[in-house]
Design a protein around this ligand. Structure first.
Ligand code: GLU
Length: 305
């Protein structure tokens, strides 16, 4: 099935023995790292290390048109400046497209995906796909590839957000795994790589909460083990806007790593850490890590937007 074993990271090759906790940070290089993504990196790192787990980094760069020049280098420089220690080499999704294609083939053989020629305009304003192309048996050439979803509630318990559920058919419809222009959708790549990297725990921003049922569904179709999820509250400015690349959140200033790290730990309502080298500060944060303290909303004063 996977026709290029060299692309499968070493953690997976060891007889598929899964570890108790493998976490990850999976930024997309669609803009430089901002304070909101630093909070995610810090929380995923501290949570993994506090559980004596491993921590991996994956660059999610399949959406080529959205890649922002230089942002990948900025992300890598930040990981370095903040002295995060990784347990395996960073993987880049753009080098793994044949893996995702092989998985789509696998789903095709099980009749779980189909080609769709609908344009965005044809989908209507509520964006719920009603299965127009489901029985047309179209060839996969230059079409979007959709996966079938069930008319049933998919439910999971998030470690911070509690119970969350969605009926994918009613809320969304069969969703796209690969776009008509050949770009691999985030949903498939994230599920496949979480599995191949042996990830057990996902810690990420709450903006991705609504994607989780899609990912759980895909994982279950592929027979992958279920993951634990923790969706962090989004960092907001005083005007209640979320920090995001779209809002032009300020790029992390590498020269201020200790100070920004202290602020990120503070934003997560963790006990105080002393200004020191990032390595020592992270060590202190890990020793004191307590997810009960993470606030429902993270409000930041002024300087980050
Ligand atoms: N690549 C996604 C982002 O930067 C995060 C994916 C994930 O953590 O599942 O928003």
């Amino acid at each position: 099935m996977l026709n290029n074993p060299a692309l499968i990271p070493s953690l997976f090759k060891e007889g598929d023995k899964r570890m108790a906790y493998v976490g990850r940070f999976a930024p997309s290089p669609t803009g430089p790292l901002h304070f909101g993504s630093l909070i995610t990196a810090v929380a995923s790192y501290c949570d993994a290390r506090a559980h004596h787990g491993q921590w991996l980094v994956r660059i999610e760069d399949t959406d080529i048109p959205r890649i922002y020049p230089g942002s990948e280098n900025h992300i890598l420089a930040c990981l370095d400046a903040f002295q995060f220690e990784m347990d395996a080499d960073i993987i880049f999704q753009k080098n793994r497209l044949d893996i995702y294609d092989a998985i789509i083939d696998q789903l095709h053989q099980k009749h779980q995906v189909y080609a769709c020629q609908c344009t965005r305009k044809m989908l209507g304003s509520n964006h719920i796909y009603t299965g127009t192309c489901l029985n047309l048996n179209l060839s996969f050439e230059q079409k979007a590839i959709r996966v079938k979803v069930p008319d049933q509630n998919i439910c999971f318990k998030d470690r911070l957000q509690g119970i969350h559920s969605s009926n994918l058919q009613q809320d969304l419809g069969d969703f796209v795994l690969k776009r008509r222009d050949g770009i691999m959708n985030y949903q498939l790549a994230v599920v496949v790589d979480d599995y191949l990297q042996g990830i057990t725990h996902v810690v990420r921003g709450a903006d991705l909460l609504d994607n989780t049922e899609r990912q759980i569904w895909l994982g279950s179709l592929l027979g992958y083990p279920t993951l634990q999820y923790m969706h962090l509250p989004l960092a907001m400015n005083a005007q209640g806007q979320k920090l995001s690349k779209q809002n032009l959140a300020q790029a992390i200033d590498l020269n201020r790593a200790p100070e920004l790290l202290q602020q990120a730990i503070h934003a997560l309502h963790q006990p105080h850490v002393d200004l020191d080298t990032p390595k020592h500060m992270l060590k202190q944060a890990i020793a004191q890590w307590d997810i009960q303290q993470i606030p429902h909303t993270i409000e930041l004063q002024g300087t980050y937007l």
